[in-house]
Design a protein around this ligand. Structure first.
Ligand code: MTE
Ligand code: MO
Length: 315
């Protein structure tokens, strides 16, 4: 018999049996659509054009269909391996200076540059959008983020015709990130995507959360969001964005390629090798709800994958 050694990372948190999980019907009606959202996120209450917190305009194109996760839950239950493998990294993460911050755009671009984040934010228009986030460990949250589409940054970088992939690299601050001493991890934390994914309207660079700067533990001062992919693709505290012609091997793929692939699109029908992906636990309420393909964003992103059916799109 093959004895499998369980690794410490990304264990499923759902040890409960499915029968014990109450799958309640949700929210669309009870939350009365925008009503609940507007109450929880003042930035969304106004007219489309009225700037809200952080001077952001509400973008209501991506309706979450769920209640917003209480801020304290989203800000206190984190994955951030640079600060250790526990979920309680918020205190340690406060040591990471958030300003000044530089972001390098490099690789196969016509305009390689080093951007001061403050300057960059003067050149983009901020919007607030409420997005679902689904961790591969089967928990989820729904968060109002402030930021701008990744497509705007791609435009600033002006990738050459050879560029096909984008790599998002996290800062390595050895003095403040004790997790970096765990040498079995393939630091730096880097995840990547195709240029088509990066320029999809859903790919978002977040600098705010709940109307305030993104807290350090959630990836401040700037992180990327791929709401249709498992959460590990959404790298935090970005310091470099690199355009390449070769598919990058990302952090989790290097660690365990049989469990974490390049694409990592959410799909309830494709179990993780060690647990089911059929449902997810909502941070805050602890309610369990069914997981949706592409985390419910298929109408926006499914066309990206036409012709790629032979790829491991959902691992
Ligand atoms: N740099 C970095 N980014 C990261 C991670 C990490 O460990 N380091 N964890 C990822 C995982 S697994 C998830 S689920 C989300 C968690 O984001 P949150 O803490 O804001 O909920 O961040 C992702 N981005
Ligand atoms: Mo995750």
């Amino acid at each position: 018999m093959l004895i499998r050694i369980r690794r410490g990372w990304e264990l499923p948190e759902a040890a409960a049996t499915p029968e014990a999980l109450v799958l309640r019907r949700r929210a669309w009606l009870r939350a009365a659509g925008l009503g609940a959202v507007a109450i929880a996120a003042p930035g969304l209450a106004g007219a489309q054009t009225a700037p809200g917190p952080m001077n952001a305009v509400a973008n209501s194109r991506f309706q979450p269909g769920r209640d917003i996760t209480p801020e304290k839950d989203a800000a206190s239950y984190n994955n951030y391996y640079e600060f250790g493998s526990s979920k309680s990294v918020a205190a340690a993460a406060q040591k990471l200076p958030q300003s000044p911050w530089t972001l390098k755009l490099e690789g196969l671009v016509e305009k390689p540059q080093e951007l001061d984040l403050g300057d960059l934010l003067k050149r983009v228009s901020l919007e607030e959008r409420v997005l679902r986030h689904r961790c591969v460990e089967a928990w989820a949250m729904t968060v109002p983020w402030t930021g701008f589409p990744m497509a705007e940054l791609v435009k600033l970088a002006a990738p050459t015709s050879a560029a096909r992939f984008v790599v998002f690299e996290t800062i390595q601050d050895r003095a403040r990130m004790p997790g970096l001493r765990q040498s079995w991890y393939p630091w730096p934390y880097q995840e990547g995507c195709t240029l088509a994914e990066a320029t999809n309207e859903l790919c978002f660079l977040a600098v705010g959360m709940y109307g305030k700067p993104v807290p350090a533990q959630n990836g401040g001062p700037i992180r990327v969001l791929f709401p249709w992919k498992y959460g590990f693709k959404s790298g935090k505290a970005l310091t470099r964005i690199r355009f390449t012609d070769t598919r990058p091997v990302s952090f989790w793929e290097k660690l365990q390629p049989s469990e974490y692939g390049f694409w990592a699109n959410v799909n309830p029908a494709v179990p993780h090798p060690r647990w089911s992906q059929a449902s997810e636990r909502l941070l805050g309420s602890n309610e369990r709800v069914p997981t949706q393909i592409f985390n419910g964003y298929g109408e926006f992103v499914a066309p990206i994958y036409a012709g790629l059916e032979k790829e491991a799109l959902f691992l």
